[in-house]
Design a protein around this ligand. Structure first.
Ligand code: HEC
Length: 127
């Protein structure tokens, strides 16, 4: 009886540990492989020198766009799982500096006001 209780509680602990891995790149890989993501482009696009995605937020919005094209209708957490997988396997953006990789017009230590100014300046440059 004791043994069963012990097994049950360790099972519980294991599932809690799995559930806590958010986002879950392994699940993202499964979703990606099960989806029709490679109908229009191969994974070589993700490592190409000409790839467009430059940071994690960009990767996320691209996955959302492509998911919408497919009408896969992934849930938000599924999108994030796929983003985690693609980042782990191909893009390899640094998770800790995702904010600062957004743009090099301002430093990661900039205050919100400085960032705002830099963004406005970047958007209003005359061409
Ligand atoms: C209907 C065709 C189509 C399907 C299906 C599709 N994509 Fe895309 N994907 C594109 C196109 C076109 C681009 C390039 C868009 C651009 O350059 O603006 C792209 C670009 C991307 C990029 C960015 C590549 C870069 O330049 O860094 C990612 C990431 C991506 N797709 C992920 C996915 C995922 C994940 C799926 C499955 C949910 C998917 N795509 C399914 C058409 C598709």
């Amino acid at each position: 009886m004791k043994l069963i209780a012990l097994m049950a509680s360790s099972l519980l602990l294991t599932s809690v540990a799995i559930a806590e891995e958010v986002p879950n790149a392994a699940n993202g890989q499964k979703l990606f492989n099960e989806s029709r993501c490679l109908e229009c482009h191969g994974v070589d696009l993700f490592t190409s020198k000409n790839r467009k995605v430059q940071n994690l937020p960009g990767l996320e919005s691209m996955v959302r766009r492509c998911d919408a094209n497919l009408s896969t209708n992934w849930f938000d957490d599924q999108i994030l799982d796929v983003v985690a997988y693609l980042n782990k396997a191909y893009y390899k953006f640094d998770l800790d500096t995702q904010q600062s990789s957004h743009s090099d017009t301002y430093s990661p230590d900039a205050t919100a006001a400085e960032v705002e100014t830099a963004v406005v300046a970047a958007n209003t440059g005359d061409d």
